[in-house]
Design a protein around this ligand. Structure first.
Ligand code: NZQ
Ligand code: ZN
Length: 388
């Protein structure tokens, strides 16, 4: 096992009908900015429940944070924070609203040009104070509710932003709030959670028994509940398992002490920025191709994945790995997610642009060993076009 620090201060408040507890979770006397997305929380009554739970406080609202939240939109929220002298932020929504709120929290107290916060990559941003924030999760996918990162869109790029100050103070996870999600968003969330897990698991072995077994448990749970959550939005147990898997897949637990890849995510972000493909769908497109082309580097963990997650024990190594990749693709397709880049209207002549964007964003040494060069990314993208 590799050395690690593990720190996670977020309180999780899990279960049905717990929004009323906002009254005790948010400091008394705080002036609260409630941030949300394009209107789903208004349509389905969540915003109303949130504001009435906070009724003894002064509450200001800021709606309109779009999927893949934009820097320019978030800077408008920063103006509201300053003008209204806000002292607590509450995100009500999916990953985009939570990530956007983290950015608002950091940018509000930053003395310099907040655009600089987008240029730090995986290093913590140089911010010393940030507004405290809480979240109410309406879409299980990103794990943003219990981690310290966010992804912000700006000028045709997507930029990770990290700070230890960005952990939410609390997150309310009420699985019933996810019942209104359209099936395509549920499927995106299942795939995103699956890929978060394998980015930290299908690398190279370091004898991290707990992390491996926990990752395998998350993957198997997703396979068990995936189709059920789509078939019946009111199946509480299925939703509850999905919600908790999404949180646990990216809160630092399974990633502590193990190598991490993130190639799929970094190339995926360029596909979202360039073609507007949903985050989860970019991952479903890329993962089978990445494993197909990187079998040698990942052989040990791919064989472990084949055996422990899919129960594949027959045949030679090559055919076991191929079967595991095929079963993974079939799982994503069974959720209604297409897994070839050409399914999203992307053509071969666009690959060069994606590779250039990766270079422009410094994504030139990806993977757990840094050996995914722009040339390797090009081969991955070419394979993903019609991936077999
Ligand atoms: O905007 P509204 O109207 O609320 O609609 C949203 C949005 O259109 C809708 N929605 C959310 N909850 C709903 C609902 N519709 C009906 N009922 C509900 N209960 O769903 C749509 C998508 O929402 P979004 O927040 O964009 O989705 P997701 O949670 O998948 O977040 C994606 C963003 O998170 C980033 C991605 O890059 C992307 O920008 N990520 C953040 C990570 C993190 N912070 O750790 C890690 C991830 O890998 C990811 O990169
Ligand atoms: Zn993701």
């Amino acid at each position: 096992m590799l050395d690690f620090d593990f720190y996670n201060p977020t309180r999780i408040v899990f279960g049905k009908d717990r929004l009323v507890e906002l009254d005790t979770l948010v400091p008394k006397g705080a002036k609260v900015l409630v941030l949300y997305g394009g209107g789903s929380v208004e349509r389905f009554g969540t915003l109303e429940k949130v504001t009435s739970a906070l009724k003894e406080r002064e509450v200001v609202t800021f709606g309109g944070i779009e999927p893949n939240p934009k820097y320019t939109t978030l800077m408008k929220a920063v103006e509201v924070v300053k003008a209204e002298k806000i002292d607590f932020l509450l995100a009500v929504g999916g990953g985009s609203v939570m990530d956007g709120t983290k950015f608002v929290s950091l940018a509000s107290g930053f003395e310099g040009n907040p655009e600089e916060l987008l240029a730090c990559g995986f290093n913590p941003v140089p911010v010393e104070k940030a507004l405290p924030l809480g979240t109410v999760v309406t879409l299980p996918a990103t794990g943003s509710e219990m981690n310290s990162g966010g992804v912000i869109s700006h000028n045709k790029g997507k930029f990770p932003v990290f700070s230890p100050l960005s952990f939410p103070v609390f997150s309310i996870l009420d699985p019933t709030l996810t019942a209104t999600l359209p099936p395509t968003q549920v499927a995106n969330g299942i795939v995103d959670t699956f890929i978060h897990t394998v980015e930290q698991y299908v690398t190279y072995p370091v004898s991290a028994g707990f992390q491996d077994r926990t990752a395998e448990g998350i993957l198997q749970t997703l396979i068990e509940v995936g189709e059920k959550t789509l078939a019946d939005p009111d199946d509480y147990d299925a939703r509850a398992n999905l919600v908790w898997c999404a949180t646990m897949a990216l809160n630092g637990l399974i990633g502590a002490g193990v190598p991490q890849d993130w190639t799929t995510h970094m190339i995926g972000h360029e596909l979202t920025a360039m073609f507007g493909i949903d985050h989860g769908k970019t991952l479903a497109v890329l993962q089978p191709s990445i494993w197909t082309l990187r079998k040698e580097q990942k052989r040990g963990k791919l064989l472990q994945y084949a055996e422990r997650v899919w129960g594949i024990t027959e045949g030679d190594e090559e055919s076991r790995i191929d079967e595991a990749i095929g079963r993974t693709r079939a799982f994503f397709e069974s959720l209604g997610i297409r897994t070839r880049l050409s399914d999203y209207g992307v053509t071969e002549d666009k690959i060069d642009d994606v590779v250039k964007a990766l270079e422009a964003h410094g994504m030139v040494a990806l993977s757990e060993t840094g050996d995914v060069t722009p040339e390797v990314s090009r081969r991955i993208l070419a394979h993903a076009l019609h991936g077999a």
